[in-house]
Design a protein around this ligand. Structure first.
Ligand SMILES: [Zn+2]
Length: 250
């Protein structure tokens, strides 16, 4: 339950509550946050494997691109489940002559992740994916895999603004990736052992709405409501952010 004093404590049916609070508070919240969000930060990536799995990362001779094989001994790499490292929209999904099955996901802000040598692809161009959603399986397709099962991964930044990130060759738009806040791919011949996936969030439920409220002193509150049940997924949280003025009762 929300702390007493929230403006939405009493207790319309969820759908009414949701509509009323979202429309009024989001307009206000937008004016607080809307101007600060234009720095094109790289997406907040997690390792593209299920939570808890450990993988070895190598740059070999193609930093900042990274090759990934499963720890401890590479067994299970072929056919391993590949999941989205962040939400995005599938930008490319096809079988390339040298790279084999490849997928590229657009994460917004000019950033793209690219996956090659896949055994199979589970998504098509235009599909929306949430973090943790399965997108394919790791494999050894394409001549440049040399028949060795591994994921070749690239984070790309569309610096020329043509709507995708070039990949797969020195001088392409690939940049150093950061997983769970740690940056990799700085130089050739680097190895990281036992990198554990923290890709643990359940796929973001399409049926969950974020709901914002405002305390009488202007502080923002938020929670979420599951559309299927009409119930909050957690209690209301009071943010340190404020509207900057005292709102009128809604
Ligand atoms: Zn590679």
């Amino acid at each position: 339950m929300p702390a007493s004093g929230t403006t939405w404590r009493n207790l319309m049916p969820p759908s009414t509550l949701l509509r009323a609070v979202v429309t009024t508070a989001l307009v206000a919240a937008f004016s607080v946050f809307g101007t600060a969000s234009h720095a094109m930060a790289a997406p907040d990536l997690q390792l593209p494997f299920p939570c808890g799995q450990k993988w070895r990362l190598d740059t070999w001779a193609h930093a900042p691109a990274v090759d990934m094989v499963k720890e401890p001994d590479q067994h299970g790499t072929d056919g391993a489940t590949l999941v989205a490292p962040a939400a995005g929209t599938v930008n490319q999904s096809y079988k390339h002559g040298n790279a084999g099955n490849m997928i590229q996901i657009n994460h917004g802000g000019g950033y793209f992740t690219t996956y090659i040598h896949l055994q199979s692809r589970a998504v098509s161009v235009g599909d929306r994916v949430q973090r943790g959603a399965m997108i394919g399986k790791v494999g050894k397709t394409g001549e440049t895999s040399n028949g060795h099962p591994h994921l070749h991964f690239e984070l790309g930044r569309d610096s020329d603004g043509n709507g995708s990130a070039s990949w797969g060759f020195a001088g392409s738009e690939r940049v150093k990736p950061t997983f769970n806040g740690v940056t990799y791919g700085q130089s050739n011949n680097q190895t990281w052992r036992n990198v554990e996936s923290r890709n643990c969030s359940a796929p973001s439920p399409e049926g969950t709405a974020s709901v914002y409220g405002v305390l009488p002193d202007g502080r923002l509150t938020y929670t979420a409501i599951d559309a299927a049940s009409g119930k909050r997924t957690h209690g209301a949280v009071v943010s340190t952010a404020t509207l900057g003025f005292t709102p009128k009762a809604m």
